[in-house]
Design a protein around this ligand. Structure first.
Ligand code: GLU
Length: 280
């Protein structure tokens, strides 16, 4: 009798606990469903790429991806103070979208066939090219010079893949989780070169602490069409983002934001791509 009572009480507690967990997980998954009112939207960006996505020491965010994300969120009905920027590192982006951690990702995220099997892309909204950053006195002048050299790039990036497949399969590639670790390795001499998109490398090279130390080779080793990642099948969000990107270009905001973010690094950016048109 006594035993039965205990069991009933435990069952009640267990039921309550399960209900609480269920509530909690659905809250976490709400990465931005309300398009107006007091709701918040979670957007994935990079935290360590000056000129694109950077978390400032003050806690605020800057960069072209941040400006694109803010503009698009505005068109979706979210004011800047309703945006939660979440860090999505290169290797985490598909998972973050599949899990529903964020509503969309604006993080130097190249559109490619492999990724398109897992997520959908709006855009493209920017065209960058893979390039090499080396020390000012380096003898490296082209992609094949990397064979046998120590090279840094990031896990889950197209940059690392391209090096291994085509650019320099015999390079000694060290992969980090972010490019800021790579730039530190380049500065210390632990690696001979850093490879990723020229848009990212120009931003690092222009930072006061690195000024005059590196050179960007300008090799255009690939075409990197930046898209905005959304969960596979979320066509409603995808269409709204594409409309927002079109108006960002036509109302002049795209050009203004590109100049603001890349001008200081003297980065020669490409004209705005057409939504739906990939440069191969
Ligand atoms: N755009 C490339 C990519 O999506 C390299 C930059 C990055 O890792 O974010 O993989």
């Amino acid at each position: 009798m006594k035993l039965r009572k205990v069991t009933a009480a435990s069952a009640a507690i267990l039921a309550l606990a399960l209900a609480a967990t269920a509530c909690g997980s659905s809250d976490n998954k709400d990465s931005g469903s309300s398009s107006s009112g007091g709701g918040k939207i979670k957007i994935g960006i990079k935290y360590d790429q000056p000129g694109l996505g950077l978390k400032e020491p003050s806690g605020s965010f800057s960069g072209f991806d941040v400006d694109v994300a803010t503009y698009v969120a505005g068109k979706l009905g979210y004011k800047p103070n309703q945006i939660d920027f979440v860090e999505t590192k290169s290797a985490d982006r598909e998972n973050a979208l599949q899990r529903g951690d964020v509503k969309f990702i604006v993080a130097s995220y190249s559109i490619n066939d492999e990724r398109k099997q897992k997520v959908d892309f709006a855009g493209p909204y920017f065209l960058a090219h893979q390039d090499l950053l080396v020390k000012k006195d380096s003898k490296i002048t082209k992609g094949t010079d990397l064979n046998g050299q120590n090279l840094c790039s990031v896990t889950g990036s197209t940059s690392a893949q391209n090096v291994q497949k085509t650019i320099a399969p015999k390079a000694n590639l060290k992969e980090n989780s972010g490019y800021s670790e790579c730039i530190a390795s380049l500065q210390s001499g632990a690696v001979d070169a850093l490879t990723t998109d020229d848009s990212i490398l120009a931003g690092y090279a222009a930072q006061d602490k690195y000024k005059g130390q590196f050179k960007l080779l300008g090799l255009k080793l690939s075409n990197e069409n930046y898209g905005i990642g959304v969960k596979k099948g979320d066509t409603a969000t995808l269409n709204k983002i594409n409309d927002a990107l079109k108006s960002m270009v036509s109302d002049g905001t795209w050009k203004k934001d590109v100049e603001k973010n890349f001008g200081p690094a003297h980065y020669k950016y490409e004209p705005a791509p057409k939504v739906g048109v990939i440069v191969k």
